[in-house]
Design a protein around this ligand. Structure first.
Ligand code: CP
Length: 328
């Protein structure tokens, strides 16, 4: 996959008041499929949905009569729950299919699962799978749109959108901002989706990790690579810490957890090198004390829980744009 920095002309073309793209019935499989204007339209729409979650009665009738199916083949707390909350706040019926209690555990194929859900007239499928490309495959079979909620190490577009929303909310502008993503880049769908989206919006992205956590061919991603966290931190407007995905590769990428942590954990000592207004982000789940110290995760610069809050608004906007009328 080739990831390139945004064409500056295209970025400048994205004015604050633009036409809302028609997302009705469209799949959301990756940030690669979205233009800069699409991303900005989704973020603008999310801003109008965020207020609903601040109300005493957090419910509007927008998607009454629509059915959302959450089909998660991998564990999730934030993504699955926030899609469920987003759907319910829009008055949709939300069905969560747990793979361990469904016929998928009896050997049913993805094709048959897609046909079965289509026969029940689902309006949208939200899919997470450990294998890259599964949401794309389901999208080919499914008459209803598919939203990728994370496929292997490939993409996690809704996470990138909520991250971009959070940065824009805190820093106001995205173009020219410097982001450093630290940790297990090779196995991170969050890093991949963010890099694609950030480049489309004219942001400057660096990655920092041991060489063993950098994917082959990253030269074509348009990011600069650093192994020294202390050297790269001072220039960052945003630092995004990633979990080591031990379930994907075991512990073979570094000599010991202690050694990794000594070099790459975001500690309060390290934070002294950072800009005072830096944003500390983490998609979760965190391994406190490994990639991020508890006092930094809970510190003033941390926007980690705001990312979670914004995840509901961004997913409400996406469900509305894809399943609802598609226009404000
Ligand atoms: N960020 C994220 O995808 O978290 P979950 O695995 O809890 O959904």
């Amino acid at each position: 996959m080739l990831i390139r920095a945004a064409d500056p002309e295209m970025v400048q073309d994205v004015s604050p008041r633009r036409e809302i793209a028609d997302f009705r019935g469209r799949d959301l499989l990756g940030m690669e499929d979205l233009t800069a204007a699409d991303i900005c339209a989704i973020l603008d729409s999310a801003a109008s949905f965020k207020e609903i979650s601040e109300r005493e009665i957090k419910k509007v009738p927008t998607l009454r009569g629509k059915t959302i199916i959450n089909l998660f083949f991998e564990p999730s707390t934030r993504t699955r729950t926030s899609f469920e909350i987003a759907g319910k706040r829009l008055s949709a019926d939300v069905i969560n299919i747990s793979v361990s209690t469904s016929s998928l555990s009896k050997g049913e194929t993805l094709r048959d699962t897609a046909d079965t859900l289509a026969a029940m007239r689902a309006d949208v499928l939200v899919v997470r799978h450990r294998a890259a490309g599964v949401p794309h495959m389901l999208a080919r079979f499914s008459p209803s749109p598919v939203i990728n909620a994370g496929d292997g190490a490939h993409e996690h577009p809704t996470q990138a959108l909520l991250d971009l929303y959070t940065i824009r909310e805190k820093l106001d502008t995205l173009q020219g901002r410097r982001v450093v993503i630290v940790g297990d880049i090779a196995n991170s769908r969050v890093a991949r989706s963010n890099i694609i989206g950030m480049h489309k919006l004219g942001m400057d992205v660096g990655v920092c990790a041991p060489r063993t956590m950098i994917p082959v061919g990253m030269e074509s991603w348009g990011v600069d690579y650093h192994s020294d966290f202390d050297a790269v931190l001072p220039d960052a407007d945003v630092v995004m810490m990633l979990r080591i995905q031990r379930e994907r590769h075991g512990d073979v990428l570094f000599p010991s957890l202690q050694e990794y942590s000594d070099r790459y954990c975001l500690t309060s000592d390290r934070m002294r090198r950072a800009k005072p207004e830096i944003l500390v982000m983490h998609p979760g789940p965190m391994n406190r004390g490994v990639e991020i110290a508890p006092e930094v995760a809970d510190g003033l610069e941390s926007v980690i829980l705001q990312q979670v809050t914004n995840g509901v608004a961004v997913r409400m906007a996406l469900l509305y744009l894809i399943v609802g009328s598609g226009s404000n």
